[in-house]
Design a protein around this ligand. Structure first.
Ligand SMILES: Nc1ncnc2c1ncn2[C@@H]1O[C@H](COP(=O)(O)OP(=O)(O)OP(=O)(O)O)[C@@H](O)[C@H]1O
Length: 381
């Protein structure tokens, strides 16, 4: 087990600033997941830790040792890629023992390490087979096994499950979490898949354009996004955003107006730098919205027309036309809203309904995108 630290790491590719002064400390034994839009620098970050990419400035420190100028093979890390990169002409056992053979380890040590990895990954029956005789999930397990045999201090995973189908991904997710518990190793994992991030991570790192937007536990980030980017990135369906204006601002709170919505009074707001007349954004998660009857006391309420109904089995997702509300960035486009109802709903396309939310469930984002609403409680067990 090792800690991994990035200290003010900058990475430029010919003319492109891919990592911008990244500071990050990953504790020993932590499972940290990096997420962010395509091209935000996730893989680059992983490769700089592995030593597969050099950095322009800053330091990479593993377990207190500055490894910035060390070769990949000397850093005590193992990397598992999306493409399993197995040698087709070698058996499973030979693939798994490859790194140790290259390091000229004694045969008895290699055999013992392969046996142990095969036990952990339930590959004992497959050791004599070649990769093409295995399923996708088994091949990915061999790639992980090859990493395990080297007893690395740190595992790096670059989208290891994205070539697998949905059912296998779920199974491998559970297996990888179990592996982390069993080995207790430090694991750094890059993914596009926010379900993987939410379910596997001790902490999630959200990257955007080469910068870290926020770091925290999955539930903390979900409940308390630091800004509109994080709020919109985590959560599926996405948070709904409504364009609004701050009408009055004082120490006790902010009054906010949005076309099509009754005036909102929000308390506990961080009003630093906020003035009356500023453009702000109201955020409300799809599960924070509900269908209401007129006059049931839930405020604010707006009228909308159902455009699409998605039955998910237990939940129902409604995509509604909420004009004249000005929504931006929603899953279904401008003027539209997404509601996630925690039940099977028989509402039909074309129906008109009233939707409402508790003001306590709303977020407010300032002109610069920063979250202004006070902390919300994180769900506890
Ligand atoms: N070898 C390279 N030369 C020039 N630019 C590169 C190189 N590798 C990556 N980049 C650029 O750096 C940025 C970050 O790339 P990176 O692969 O780290 O993104 P990512 O977040 O992993 O993306 P994805 O999720 O699509 O894999 C991208 O804009 C990419 O085009």
């Amino acid at each position: 087990m090792s800690s991994v630290e990035l200290r003010k790491v900058d990475k430029h590719y010919a003319g492109y600033h891919a990592l911008k002064t990244v500071d990050l400390k990953i504790e020993k034994g932590e499972f940290v997941v990096m997420v962010g839009p395509s091209g935000c620098g996730k893989s680059t970050l992983l490769k700089t830790i592995a030593g597969l990419e050099t950095i322009n400035s800053g330091q990479i420190v593993i377990n207190g040792r500055d490894v910035t100028r060390e070769e990949p093979g000397d850093r005590g890390i193992a990397m598992v890629f999306q493409s399993y990169a197995l040698y087709p002409h070698m058996t499973v056992a030979e693939n798994m023992g490859f790194g140790l053979r290259m390091a000229n380890r004694p045969k008895a040590e290699i055999d013992a390490a392969v046996k142990r990895a095969a036990q952990i990954l339930r590959l004992e029956e497959q050791l004599g087979k070649r990769p093409k005789q295995l399923s996708g999930g088994q091949r990915q397990r061999v790639a992980i096994g090859r990493a395990i045999t080297r007893s690395p201090e740190v595992f790096l995973f670059d989208e290891p499950l994205s070539n697998l189908d949905a059912a296998l991904r779920t199974q491998m997710r559970v297996e990888l979490s179990g592996l982390h518990t069993q080995l207790g190793s430090t694991m750094i994992y890059v993914t596009h898949d926010q379900v993987e991030a939410m379910t596997m991570a001790d902490r999630i790192v959200i990257l955007n354009k080469g910068r870290i937007e926020q770091i925290g536990s999955p539930l903390e980030l979900y409940a308390n996004p630091a800004n509109i980017f994080v709020a919109g990135f985590l959560g599926a369906p996405r948070m709904n955003f409504i364009e609004a204006k701050a009408v009055s601002v004082d120490a006790s709170g902010v009054s906010v107006a949005a076309a099509g919505l009754p005036a909102l009074s929000l308390g506990g707001i961080d009003v630093t730098g906020l003035s009356a007349g500023d453009a702000v954004t109201i955020g409300i998660r799809p599960e924070g919205l509900r269908v209401v009857e007129a006059g049931d006391g839930v405020m604010p309420v707006f009228s909308s027309q159902v455009r699409l109904v998605e039955q998910l089995g237990r939940d129902t997702v409604l995509y509604v036309d909420a004009s004249p509300l000005q929504t931006t960035n929603s899953d279904s486009g401008t003027g539209n809203f997404t509601l996630q109802l925690n039940k099977v709903s028989t509402v039909a396309v074309g129906a008109t309904l009233r939707a409402g939310f508790e003001t306590g469930d709303a977020y407010l984002f300032g002109p610069d995108g920063r979250t202004l609403t006070p902390r919300k409680p994180v769900a506890s067990t």
